[in-house]
Design a protein around this ligand. Structure first.
Ligand code: NAP
Length: 284
């Protein structure tokens, strides 16, 4: 079997075009655009690239965006002041503080300072509680993007067995909760799971969010499974690759995402979707 490619670039294009239309509709209805503010502290090169893509996507699809960059030594108090100012800014409906922050800044404090209605990353304790209890709210962008990729296969998750590898607060845990909400039976694996393959071989859906190359190999995948690769790693040649051994697994899986071109673009697309959602809620 050769798996069908789940193309995150193509799906993003479709969804972003729709977000662009909804942005125009909002503009015509009430004369306002959804606005996203992105704060970057420090010189992490990967973060700089992510932020650039996020701001560029806003511009391309008609959202208002503000980008604030601060040097690594910036005091925590200044970042908190900027968040407070953006909370009060009526042209801003989404605030994203790019992680990781320099060590002297407490990320939890910064996340907690963001007005929950503008928390478009969905990282706050409130957003986590809303997701856990099934209340409406802003969901973390990467897991939300993975759900859209799975939905695009046309396969229902009801009654399916999903295995999530990774249990971070930003990817693994919210991913597991979203799958559970979609009526999958969910197993969460992590670094203390003795034998990943025992679990993944029973999975109809595998979501790998580890940050380690070749974590999922062909012998670990049930024929026909949906395989979503969140991981972002570099191989020996310095090329971007995921957690899944794509070349081997595509011969076994039914559907598969690639790195690059899978989850990454969808994360940005969901950020735009969350900013639009926040703007619609804030502007009535
Ligand atoms: P993280 O916070 O480092 O979490 C990694 C998770 O993987 C942890 O729960 C860890 O378990 C687990 N793990 C580590 N080694 C393992 C092993 N050998 N077997 C099973 N589980 C193992 O990372 P993250 O933020 O969730 O991100 C995961 C990956 O996704 C990274 O490569 C990141 O760059 C990528 N990512 C991509 C996007 C995107 O838009 N494409 C967005 C976010 C993240 P413990 O909890 O036991 O330590």
């Amino acid at each position: 079997m050769t798996a069908q490619l789940i193309d995150g670039v193509a799906l993003s294009r479709q969804l972003r075009a729709r977000i662009g239309e909804q942005t125009q509709a909002l503009l015509q209805r009430i004369g306002r655009r959804p606005g996203l503010a992105v704060i970057l502290v420090g010189d992490d090169p990967a973060s700089a690239v992510y932020v650039r893509h996020k701001v560029a996507a806003c511009e391309e699809f008609g959202l208002h965006s503000v980008f604030e960059k601060y040097e690594a030594a910036t005091a925590e108090a200044l970042v908190l002041d900027r968040v407070a100012a953006l909370n009060a800014d009526p042209t801003i409906h989404g605030i994203l503080v790019q992680m990781p922050l320099p060590k002297h800044i407490d990320p939890q404090k910064v996340i907690a300072a963001i007005d929950p209605r503008k928390d478009v990353d969905g990282y706050s304790v409130l957003a986590a509680g809303q997701l856990t209890t099934g209340l409406p709210g802003l969901r973390p962008c990467t897991p939300l993007g993975c759900m859209k990729l799975i939905e695009s296969t046309g396969q229902s998750l009801r009654g399916k067995h999903a295995v999530v590898i990774g249990r971070s607060n930003t990817v693994g845990k919210p991913m597991a909760l979203l799958l559970l909400q979609a009526n999958a039976t969910v197993t969460v694996c992590h670094s203390a799971t003795p034998d990943l393959g025992v679990h993944t071989r029973q999975a109809d859906v595998i979501v790998a969010a580890v940050g380690r190359r070749s974590t999922v190999t062909a012998d670990m995948v049930k024929p026909g499974a949906i395989v979503i690769d969140v991981g972002m790693n570099r191989n020996e040649q310095g090329k971007l690759c995921g957690d899944v051994d794509y070349a081997g697994v595509r011969d076994v899986a039914g559907w598969i995402t690639r790195v690059p071109g899978g989850v990454g673009p969808m994360t940005i697309t969901m950020l735009l979707a969350n900013t639009l959602q926040a703007a619609e809620a804030l502007l009535g």
